[in-house]
Ligand binder design. Structure first.
Ligand code: C2E
Ligand code: MG
Ligand code: MG
Length: 267
């Protein structure tokens, strides 16, 4: 336990340095419109490329950055960088409708006192089309105090942005107040999507989540699509969007632009 605690402390110290030295990069994973098979937008996913540690996965450093509070400066950088990049892509690629960008907001950021002012300032500073920014939150962010969470979500929506519920189906939020959340999109967790073709009950769960979302006027993104069979099943279930390795892994800017140039010029 002692050595594990020391490792955590070292990771925290390295993270602090990494923020100062700007060792982070955003990767972007395409989100596909399942009706048109076109790229509708992306999810920004942070990567830490450390000179000492090499490539560190977000599953390892995001929890430590949340515990230490470092997610606040890191999260601000992620938001700024994502908005800046989307504004550039909007100028470069005149898509109709324009590309959307989903950016993850950690539970700790959600309870940050100046969250609204911070998001508003970044949106203004980058001049990005606010309608095209979607913040992804998880059920754990809204569990503690539902009324307070709804008020905060409404203030975020009032900024002109969109909201998405990530990893839906894995948390503990009660269905009884779901109709009160001003959420635009539900992301069906990859654990359901990936097991869909293995068994009928998993397909039924995905079908039920899609129906719930539609009844609440939300659109749906299925995460973790790895097989072609999943795509057809999701299309039959009227799921609007899909994301997963089957379409593309998260890519750095240059590789993503190569992909856009190839696919956009083909259509
Ligand atoms: P998430 O937000 O649910 O992101 C989706 C994760 O699933 C990403 O992992 C993505 O690379 C992975 N993924 C996408 N398609 C597939 C697939 O077909 N198969 C498999 N096996 N995986 C797939 P990643 O990038 O390692 O991120 C893991 C988690 O770390 C994210 O889950 C999110 O909770 C957190 N995270 C990543 N980037 C950020 C960020 O910028 N800010 C915050 N607050 N959290 C982040
Ligand atoms: Mg996400
Ligand atoms: Mg997710």
């Amino acid at each position: 336990m002692k050595s594990q605690a020391l490792q955590q402390l070292q990771l925290e110290a390295d993270l602090r340095e990494a923020i100062k030295n700007q060792e982070f990069q955003l990767y972007y994973q395409p989100i596909i419109d399942l009706k048109t098979n076109q790229i509708a937008g992306f999810e920004a996913l942070v990567r830490w490329i450390s000179p000492q540690r090499g490539f560190v996965s977000p599953g390892e450093f995001i929890p430590v950055s949340e515990e230490s509070g470092l997610i606040i400066p890191l999260g601000e950088w992620i938001l700024l960088e994502g908005c800046r990049q989307l504004a550039i892509w909007h100028q470069k690629y005149c898509q109709n409708p324009p590309f959307m960008l989903s950016i993850n907001l950690s539970t700790r950021q959600f309870s940050q006192v100046n969250l609204i002012e911070c998001v508003d300032q970044i949106l203004t500073e980058t001049g990005v089309d606010r309608n095209c920014i979607k913040l992804e939150i998880t059920e754990s962010a809204i569990m503690d105090d539902v009324d307070e969470a709804i008020a905060l979500l409404e203030r975020l929506k009032a900024l002109g942005i969109k909201l998405s519920m990530d990893d839906f189906g894995t948390g503990y939020s009660s269905l009884s107040y779901w109709h009160r959340f001003p959420i635009d999109t539900l992301k069906v967790d990859q654990s359901f999507v990936r097991r869909m073709d293995d068994s009928q009950p998993n397909t039924e769960i995905v079908k039920t989540i899609i129906m719930l979302g539609h009844n609440l006027n939300m659109d749906l993104v299925a995460e973790g699509i790895e097989a072609e069979g999943n795509v057809q099943t999701l299309k039959n279930l009227n799921c609007e969007y899909g994301q997963g390795y089957f379409f593309s892994k998260p890519l750095p800017v240059t590789a993503l632009e190569d992909l856009l140039n190839r696919t956009l010029y083909q259509s």
